[in-house]
Design a protein around this ligand. Sequence first.
Ligand SMILES: Nc1nc2c(ncn2[C@@H]2O[C@H](COP(=O)(O)OP(=O)(O)O)[C@@H](O)[C@H]2O)c(=O)[nH]1
Ligand SMILES: [Mg+2]
Length: 165
Amino acid sequence: MNPQTAAIAAAPAAFMLMGAVGAGKTTLFNLLYGREENARKTQALEFENSGIDTPGEFFSHPRLYHALINTSSDVDILVYVHSCDNDECRLPPGLLNVYGDKRLVGVITKTDLPGCDPGRAESVLRGAGGFDPIFRVSNRYPDSIAPLKRYLLGGGSTEEGAGLS
Ligand SMILES: Nc1nc2c(ncn2[C@@H]2O[C@H](COP(=O)(O)OP(=O)(O)O)[C@@H](O)[C@H]2O)c(=O)[nH]1
Ligand SMILES: [Mg+2]
C-alpha cells in the first residue's frame, strides 16, 4: 500500500467514486470537498482526505479493471456514480464480489437534465448491484448533494440517504 492509500485507509470511512467517463464523478468530488476548480479529464487517481476519485477509463476498460479493484480494497464505501441519461450500467465483472465487506452506495447525477427519469435510473442501478442507499443529485444544484455529503463525510448516517432513494 502506498503512503497515500495508507492515509486514506486509516480514515474513518474511506470512499471511492467510480463510474463511466462523463458521469459527473469529478464535479461531485469537487463539490463534496468545496473545491472550486472545474472538472478536467481525470487522468489518475485523485486523493482528498478520505475520498478517492477515479478515471472513468478504470471502470470501462477491462485492461484497467485491476487498478480499480486494487484501489477499492483500501476503502470502506464504493460509490457508483451514474448519469441519469445513461440507460446502461456495466460494472466491471467481479468488482462487487471481490470484497464482501464494502458498503455499496449509488449516486444518480444530472437529475437536472430534461427527460431524466430518476426512478428508471434507480431500477437500472438496482438491477446491476446491491446499491443501497441510492442518492439523487444534480451537481448544478450543490444543495442537492447535502445528504450524500453527510453520509460520506459526516459520520455515515443512512437516514437522509434512505429518505431520498
Ligand atoms: N447537467 C449536468 N451536468 C453535469 C452534472 N455533473 C457533471 N456534469 C457535466 O458533465 C461533464 C462530465 O463531468 P465530470 O465531472 O468530468 O465527469 P467524470 O468523467 O465522471 O469525472 C462535465 O461537462 C460536467 O460539467 C450534473 O449534475 N448535471
Ligand atoms: Mg473525472
